[in-house]
Write a protein that binds this ligand. Structure first.
Ligand SMILES: NC(=O)C1=CN([C@@H]2O[C@H](COP(=O)(O)OP(=O)(O)OC[C@H]3O[C@@H](n4cnc5c(N)ncnc54)[C@H](O)[C@@H]3O)[C@@H](O)[C@H]2O)[C@@H](O)CC1
Ligand SMILES: [K+]
Length: 496
């Protein structure tokens, strides 16, 4: 963002003009929140202005709100005139009441505008400032945060000391990682992104590598059935089943793979589970697979191109052998759950298989851990409190040579080439048994259709979340595949 500002200002756009536009965007959002209320009978709009440019934005917004007829009070931290530059100019621009900030806040407040700290937050909020933040959070007034809720680190989404819990946050030009990563995400409330005069062309110089996950990132590379095509064009996905008493997870994965567009799906089952699988499967095919030799034979059919290993499979030697065989045969592999845990004692063995002696120019392995599984493969990264979830995932991807999907409410997807995406869609109902298994199947379907692995992972995470949003409350894992046709229809509509 600093670079975007710098290029814009060098291009002849005055810094204060950016601040005016930022303040105007904040005021517009405030007016939308105040809609339906009458200025004459409502409480004050209290703008908390910090010592930096975040406070400058608050002062500009205060002036626009004052002009719109609202009772505005500024509570100021520090001396804006001594700050000089744009902040001093913003202070002169504001013509209303201003008082030094204390924890004794006005009583009748309709709206707080939080302009204490934004991108410049450099240490934890402590002492009286922390008390002020707590008092604002406790008040029944609504809260609009400027750029970031004060106390949230824009790089990591972490709370430094304490942080404002906003109903709405207005940020500028583009979202930042701290808006999408928890706990920052939940402190932002609704996120508005306002344009303030920075041209999109600055991105050609900045070349960002981190994205908010969404169709714009991948819908144009998404593979779809062709009118003249046949099922083999859409790939053949394989899901490894667990033993007789643990087959459900693999079936969830397999049915999701078929719904998500794989041309064919086969379940590889140990002999003990053949009957139970056979009694449940219809369009999904079933093959016996007992040990490495069997798998080696099966892999001679090179139409089998994308594999899922892990859901309900069991932890141990078989998982390690199968994963190595699949990757060694140059096939694509989604490794999840028990498949990940099986490499806990020797993650490097997995990473070596993933890189296949560095013969693989493109990632063939996708890891889909939740935080617990991630910590088994990357204990040092999991423990490092200086790293954000985004940074942890990026390091893990670089180390493993795999696409890493670190799951959670704020799933992060990273590629060894440095790209990453943060997903902020979905619903809390996704936190239920078996939804991870469904994700592996959606992913296998995209890989089977030969979508590049990073885009395949991003779109699968998004489709999975969207399916949950469409179903709504009461979701169980079995409901997700049934929503995929609607998700795919939506994506088709967006593409045309
Ligand atoms: N051209 C630009 O750079 C633009 C910046 N904008 C605004 O400028 C903001 C960034 O401004 P700044 O870089 O001035 O930074 P901030 O305004 O976020 O805060 C920096 C100030 O806060 C102090 N501070 C940091 N952490 C503290 C803590 N825990 N306790 C007490 N004091 C603390 C610092 O010493 C410094 O004085 C953005 O968030 C955005 O709101 C907008 O005006 C749009 C244009
Ligand atoms: K703020």
């Amino acid at each position: 963002m600093a670079e975007a500002d710098r290029i814009t200002i060098e291009g002849g756009f005055a810094g204060f003009s950016l601040m005016i536009e930022a303040g105007r965007g904040v005021a517009d959002a405030a007016l939308a929140m105040l809609k339906g209320l009458a200025p004459a009978v409502s409480g004050d709009v209290v703008c908390l202005a910090g010592p930096g440019k975040n406070g400058g934005d608050a002062l500009v917004a205060a002036e626009f709100l004052r002009r719109a007829g609202w009772p505005v009070v500024v509570r100021q931290l520090g001396d804006p005139l001594s700050s000089g530059g744009d902040v001093a100019e913003a202070f002169r621009f504001y013509r209303g009441r201003s008082e030094p900030i204390t924890s004794d806040l006005p009583q009748r407040v309709t709206l707080f505008i939080d302009g204490l700290f934004g991108a410049g937050l450099s240490r934890p909020i402590q002492g009286e400032l922390a008390e002020i933040v707590e008092a604002v959070n406790k008040s029944s007034a609504r809260i609009l945060a400027i750029d970031l809720p004060s106390g949230i680190c824009g790089r990591t989404g972490a709370v430094l000391g304490t942080a404002v819990k906003a109903d709405r946050t207005v940020t500028f030009f583009r979202g930042k990682p701290g808006h999408l990563l928890d706990p920052g995400r939940s402190h932002c409330g609704v996120l508005d992104i306002v344009q303030i005069g920075i041209e999109d062309t600055v991105l050609q110089t900045i070349r960002p590598t981190c994205f908010r996950n969404g169709p714009a990132l991948w819908n144009d590379v998404r593979r779809r059935p062709q009118a003249s095509g046949h099922k083999y064009d859409r790939g053949h996905a394989v899901v490894f089943s667990g033993p007789a008493a643990r087959t459900g997870a693999a079936r969830l994965s397999a049915s999701a793979a078929l719904r998500a567009g794989a041309g064919l799906v086969t379940m590889f089952s140990p002999p003990s589970a053949l009957l139970v699988n056979a009694s449940h499967l219809t369009a999904i095919m079933l093959k016996r697979c007992e040990g490495a030799e069997d798998l080696f034979e099966h892999l001679k059919d090179d139409r089998l191109n994308a594999f899922v290993l892990g859901p309900g499979f069991g932890v141990g030697k078989a998982a390690r052998q199968y994963a190595e065989l699949v990757l060694g045969a140059g096939r694509l592999l989604v490794l999840d759950a028990d498949g990940l845990t099986s490499f806990a004692d020797d993650p490097n063995r997995l990473f070596a298989a993933s890189r296949n002696g560095d013969r693989e120019p493109r990632p063939r392995l996708v890891l889909t851990p939740h935080m617990g599984e991630f910590a088994r493969l990357f204990p040092d990264l999991a423990e490092d409190t200086t790293l954000s979830k985004l940074e942890k995932t990026k390091h893990a991807s670089e180390r493993s040579g795999a696409i890493v999907v670190l799951k959670g409410a704020d799933t992060v997807i990273a590629s060894p080439d440095g790209r990453a995406a943060i997903n902020d869609t979905g619903t809390p109902w996704l936190a239920t048994a078996g939804t991870g298994d469904v994700l592996t199947g959606i992913l296998a379907a995209q890989l089977a259709q030969r979508t590049p692995a990073f885009e395949a992972a991003c779109m699968s995470v998004w489709m999975h979340s969207r399916a949950a949003e469409l179903f709504g409350p009461g979701l169980i894992a079995e409901d997700l595949p049934g929503q995929l046709p609607t998700v795919l229809t939506e994506l088709e509509r967006l593409a045309t």
